[in-house]
Every structure is written in C-alpha cells, then in structure tokens.
Design a protein. Structure first.
Length: 553
C-alpha cells in the first residue's frame, strides 16, 4: 500500500445475534452443564447462571420497576455475583455502568451523577464509600452483596465472617433501604421472567474512561458494538482454538475493565468456555494457586502482571502444557518481559491494542506469531486504521501520525457530551485515538507516543489534569504539573512537580491529601518541589519539558 490506511474488511456490522442476552441464551442452550465462571473454589454452570440472572432481571424490572434504558451501576471485584448481575441487567434491556470498587467518594459521586444510575449493586466492603455520597446522587435502589454470597452456605458464611470480623475489611456503613443480593434473587425467583427483545442499537454499557478535563466520560457502547468486537476477537484466536475446544480463561484482570469485560467474560461465554475469576490480582500466591488448580488454556494480563508472575518461583514450577495463548493489553508489553515469559511458559506474549471507546480491541499481533515484534500488529476484522497528521491528512507509510479507527466496535459517542464527542470524530467517521503510530515495512502498526499526556499505571489510564485538579485543592499549593515516568513495577508512575504556597508543606502531607481523593493507582509516587514551573509564552505549563527532564534523570 502507498498510504497509511489499512482496511481488513468492510466496516459493517458482523455477528449473528441481535443482543448480548441472545448470545448468552445460545451458549446456555449449547453448554448447559459446563462451568461458565469459577471463583474461590465455587462454580456457576451456564444453566445456573441463566437461572440466577433471569431472577435478577425479574427483580430489577418487577420489584424495582426499572425501565428500558435505565442505568444500573455494578461496583464489585471479580466475584460470581458480577456475571449474575451483568446478564440480569443486559437481559432486562437496562444499561450497565461499571464502577471501579476502589474509587474514592469523589470519583464515585461523579460517575453516579453523570450516568444518572437509578440502582447500584455493590460489595459491602465498599459500601462505606457509597454511604458518603448517596444523598448527592440520583440513586433510588441499593443492592448490597457480600464476598461469600454465592460460594455455598457454609463456605460463604465462613468467608464473610473472616472478612468482616477477623480481617476487618468491611468498614461500617448505613444505607437505609438497601437490599441484600441473595434476598433480591429470592424476590426475582418468585416472579416469572421472559427475555424481552433487545436490539443491536440499544445501549449495553456506559463504560467510563478518563477525560482530559479531569472528569471521566461515559463511552456509549451498544449491544452491536460489543457483539462486533466479540466476533472480531473470536476470528483472531480461531487459529489457536478449534471450534470444539473448551477455553479455560485465567481472569486476574477486573471485569469492570473493558479488556476483561469483553474478552474474559463475554467472549469466553460466547465460546462456551470457563472464566476463572481471581478477586485480587495483587495477591500473587492466590493467583498462582488458581493457575495451578484449573486446566488453564489462555490468559489475559498487563505487562506488570506478566513480569511479576514470571519472576515468582511458584509460577515457574507450574505445568504449562495445556496453555495455548497469552494476550497482553492495557499498556505496552516490554521486550524483556515478553522474552522472560516465553522462556518460562514456552508461549509468546501476543500484544493487542484497544481502548474503551472501541469495545476495546482495534488490532493485535497474529496469534500464530512466535516472536516479539514490539508492535500492535494488524487491525482486527472489519476494522480500518488511518494514520493522520494534525490537519487530518493521511501520512505516508513509515511516517508517524495519529492512529484513527473506524469499525463496528467504535462507540456511539460520549454520554451526554456532544462537545467531547465532536472533538474525537473526524467527518468521515474515524475516531481519533490520541495515540501516535506508524506502519512498519512488514505492515504492522507500532505505537510511537501518546498525543495526549495520559499516563498508564499497571494498565490503568491516569490523566494529569485530574491529579493537578486534586492537588490544586490543597491550600498550600500554588500550582503543579503531573507527568509519567518509567517504573519497573507498574510500567509508568505518576510524578508531580509542585510550587508551594506554604513553605512548610511536605511530601507526606501532600500525598495524604491525594490519597483521600484519588484511587491508589492515581496517587503520585514522586513529588518534587520547585520555585517555578516552565511555561510557554502564553502561560501554559510545559509538561513535556518536565517529562523529558524527569525521564533523562
């Protein structure tokens, strides 16, 4: 090709299901006895997941009287309750709003207000955060679950007892009118349920992503968007998995993250596979125990997780004979990590590229590739990639340009933000990703830099404006600048440069201020106090100069 445009197939709708609920119903019909999800030694078969999610759908629309298009927030880590609630919401024609359970009160309040969620399903460990802000949100209904609710009567009771009274992991909370998850299911079981017809164009998810203004925006993803990406990804992995292979997917990444949501949850269910849910990916011994307990055939993860696992002596001793595929996303896979992973497991790390706004997969290396390329591969089926300069012109092969994408998996826009939507879409329907890439001589795409100043910490997006806005709330600060610096453990770390108003302000006090208002991965790891910050002739702080200086140091 003579220009940096790559089209694998016409950008039309692909797939054969009218909705995600219909897709799930087909898997229930084909694989009723198979385990759909496992967690903490317990399992949900497709038949039982069908039964419980139908009951939850009946509860939402019958008892709570929620109506088509109403938003329901899900705020929990990887537990069996998540797929029950997820499919219950989707089957009822409602909209899922995924919420990071580690959000601070400020972050949670914004997302609930912005989405207009009428109901929330939340794990009791995080209910105290909701308690702080509920009165300032549109929430009408709260369903509270405990970690052990679906682990069986005896085991579940023991797990809940230990978490509440031994480990003290459930802070006190008071949410008047809240209903327990198992009670909600019981009420739903008492009602008759039949799935309504849901169409491809109806909204399935408001999936929130960081915003350059410091406020997160909800990417509007329809049933059609997500179903298309499921089929695109399925076509990608077919060379490794045959039609009748049963996939057993290791799922350490949280299902509220778009990568795990589409691939580890929905795609695995589309294929009749089993997703092994790991509730705390930071607990490496527990993750490795699950990897050894189940007949794992594939896994998704981020660079930092692959690095930590391949350094762990217990992981190295596992049997990898059944493993067929490992896929990295969320952040760039480092060559040293890919080589170490290959040495330990015998498998290459296949790198994919995507974003929340594209459901998420845009491109990936061929799954049959047996070497590290340092690229994001080729666009998935029915997807076009175009590399453009600042004027929107297509650049020549080998030249860097902003990666723009068009395909059936691309979002409809940002929820109630036509101004922000207009900023990212070209007139011809291509979505501007904010990432700079080039096309190599082999025809693969390689990321060069990020057009925006986004920082990626362990696969999660961190936006400097949000950090700077929080720091600006401290009375002892004049101004600040936030940049990303390389970090061996998390890929990138947040560093802030601060000009003090109060000369007594120290790093400990500033970080304590940040921890009260930011999720842990957003809290700065490095603080440098300065008398002044570099600025342009119009007074704009020059983050790039600070970032280059910090990285050189």
């Amino acid at each position: 090709m003579t220009s940096s445009v790559h089209e694998t197939a016409p950008a039309a709708e692909i797939g054969r299901f009218p909705s995600l609920g219909a897709m799930f119903a087909d898997s229930v019909r084909l694989y009723p006895q198979r385990d759909a999800f496992c967690n903490m030694g317990a399992a949900l078969s497709y038949r039982e997941l069908d039964r419980q999610s139908a009951a939850f759908a009946a509860y939402l629309t019958g008892t709570l009287q929620l109506r088509r298009g109403d938003r329901v927030a899900l705020m929990m880590p990887n537990l069996l309750q998540y797929p029950v609630a997820l499919y219950g919401v989707l089957r009822a024609g409602l909209v899922v709003v995924n919420v990071n359970p580690l959000y601070t009160a400020r972050e949670l309040e914004h997302q609930l207000k912005d989405s207009g969620a009428r109901a929330i399903v939340i794990v009791e460990n995080f209910a105290a955060t909701l308690d702080e802000v509920r009165a300032r949100t549109p929430l009408e209904h709260v369903v509270v679950t405990a970690v052990g609710d679906l682990l069986g009567t005896l085991k579940g009771a023991l797990v809940n007892l230990v978490l509440r009274h031994v480990k003290k992991m459930v802070p006190p909370w008071s949410l008047p009118g809240a209903v327990r998850f198992n009670d909600a299911l019981a009420q739903g079981f008492a009602r008759r349920w039949q799935d309504p017809a849901v169409s491809l164009g109806e909204i399935a998810f408001l999936q929130y992503t960081g915003g350059t203004t410091g406020l997160s925006k909800g990417a509007v993803l329809t049933h059609g968007n997500v179903l298309a990406n499921i089929e695109q990804t399925l076509a990608l992995v077919r060379p490794v998995f045959g039609e009748n292979d049963q996939v057993v997917m290791a799922t350490p990444l949280p299902l509220y993250h778009i990568l795990a949501l589409t691939i580890n949850c929905l795609l695995v269910n589309r294929a009749g596979g089993t997703s092994v849910l790991m509730s705390n990916p930071r607990d490496l011994p527990a993750v490795i125990k699950d990897l050894g307990r189940y007949p794992i055939s594939c896994m998704t993860g981020v660079n930092t997780l692959f690095n930590a696992l391949s350094d762990h002596p217990d992981f190295i001793r596992l049997d990898f004979s059944r493993w067929r595929l490992t896929v990295g996303g969320g952040a760039a896979i480092q060559q040293a990590v890919a080589e170490k992973w290959r040495k330990v497991t015998g498998l290459p790390l296949i790198e994919g590229y995507g974003l929340t706004e594209t459901s998420p997969l845009v491109s990936a290396s061929p799954v049959t590739l047996d070497r590290y390329t340092g690229t994001i591969g080729l666009p998935v089926a029915a997807t076009e990639i175009s590399l453009r300069d600042d004027a929107g012109r297509i650049v020549a092969d080998g030249e860097p340009g902003e990666l723009c994408v068009r395909g059936p998996q691309v979002m409809q826009g940002y929820w109630q933000r036509p101004d922000e939507t207009a900023k990212v879409f070209h007139a011809d329907g291509f979505l501007a990703t904010g990432d700079i890439a080039l096309r190599t001589a082999e025809g693969f795409y390689k990321l060069v830099d990020r057009k925006k100043d986004m920082i990626i910490v362990s696969g999660f997006n961190v936006y400097p404006n949000e950090i700077e806005d929080v720091i600006a709330l401290h009375p002892g600060v004049v101004e600040s600048a936030c940049v990303g610096v390389p970090d061996a453990r998390t890929g990138e770390a947040v560093k802030v440069f601060v000009v003090r108003r109060d000369p007594k302000l120290d790093e400990a006090a500033l970080l304590a201020h940040c921890r009260d208002r930011l999720t842990a991965y957003k809290v700065p790891r490095q603080v440098e106090f300065r008398d002044a910050l570099p600025k342009s002739n119009v007074g704009k702080i020059l983050r790039r100069d600070l970032r280059n200086e910090a990285r050189a140091a």
